[in-house]
Design a protein around this ligand. Structure first.
Ligand code: AHG
Ligand code: MN
Ligand code: MN
Length: 279
């Protein structure tokens, strides 16, 4: 697996450079979800494809920016599913964005998720690798990812990040969000799940949610390369990740590459509350 992590590190460094100096306009194309692709979405996808397809352990790549899974020449057992650039609509306002990777062994199934990695391109480039524990690395002056700390969630946090159009929320989700604010939680939502979930993880806890809405009853966020990699990370860090019925996301039935699900990530206190409010 080290080879895969090393490949991801190389790709992440290249994407960090591309973000600094490349054209960030839109292309004329849409991806499988119907989002208009930015030139940087496509470039980030190409960087990752080029790097990971050289790794013999990898047999297949699944990307937000590719319609179908791509078979590569490696004869290993790993599938890497990735979001090349999460939060890319925020590139023009210079907010932190990132890349998300789920590493599956055998087939694309949540039970086969064996490791997750994500990067954050902010004032600094950071990398979080989750395998047996969740570890944070920061890119140093020499161009190496230096270990910074192990990440663990506390039992209860202070932050509340929630997405989707509020006019499309149902009563249960509205009540949940209001009751957290009534308890004193602070609103924190940038529009890049990678940065919002990273903030909650580093600050020790809180709730990130992307609910079912009237216009998107199955939510917006994609399981293979957004929701499941973070569910793996949150659980490994001592937190929880559930859908809008309170069921563990890591037990969901994944049938399609671009399948979405409503999702709730947080520490114990907040997820107990999600379960009580959404029941
Ligand atoms: P992407 O840039 O990869 O398409 O993902 C954007 C996602 C996610 O990062 C974010 O939390 C969510 O879309 C924001 O959506 P809303 O503006 O509907 O809240
Ligand atoms: Mn995304
Ligand atoms: Mn993306």
């Amino acid at each position: 697996m080290k080879e895969i992590f090393d490949g991801i590190k190389t790709a992440v460094k290249d994407i960090a450079q591309a973000l600094k100096y490349s054209d960030f306009g839109y292309t004329a194309n849409q991806n499988a979800t119907g989002d208009t692709q930015l030139k940087l979405d496509v470039l980030s996808d190409e960087i990752i494809t080029k790097t990971l397809s050289k790794i013999n352990l990898v047999k297949e790549l699944v990307s937000e920016e590719k319609e179908k899974a791509l078979k590569v020449s490696g004869d290993g057992e790993y599938i890497v599913a990735y979001d090349p650039l999460d939060g890319s609509s925020l590139v023009d306002v210079n907010f932190a964005v990132g890349s998300i990777f789920g590493i599956y062994k055998g087939s694309l199934n949540p039970a086969n998720l064996v490791a997750s990695v994500y990067s954050v391109y902010g004032p600094r480039t950071e990398l979080v690798i989750a395998k047996d524990k969740v570890e944070l690395f920061r890119l140093d002056k020499q161009g190496d990812f230096a270990f910074a700390s192990e990440l663990r969630l506390k039992e209860k946090g202070k932050l509340n990040a929630t997405g989707g159009l509020q006019k499309g929320w149902d009563e249960k989700h509205k009540n949940l969000i209001k009751s957290l604010f009534d308890e004193g939680y602070r609103l924190r939502y940038s529009g890049a799940m990678v940065s919002d979930l990273h903030q909650i993880l580093l600050k020790g806890g809180g709730l990130f949610s992307y609910p079912a809405t009237s216009d998107a009853p199955k939510g917006k966020l994609r399981l293979s390369f957004e929701v499941l990699p973070f569910a793996f990370i949150y659980e490994l860090a001592g937190g929880y990740a559930v859908d809008n019925e309170g069921k563990r996301l890591l037990e969901i039935n994944l049938e399609k590459v671009h399948q979405t699900s409503p999702c709730y990530f947080g520490s114990k206190y907040e997820i107990d509350k999600v379960k009580a409010c959404l029941a």
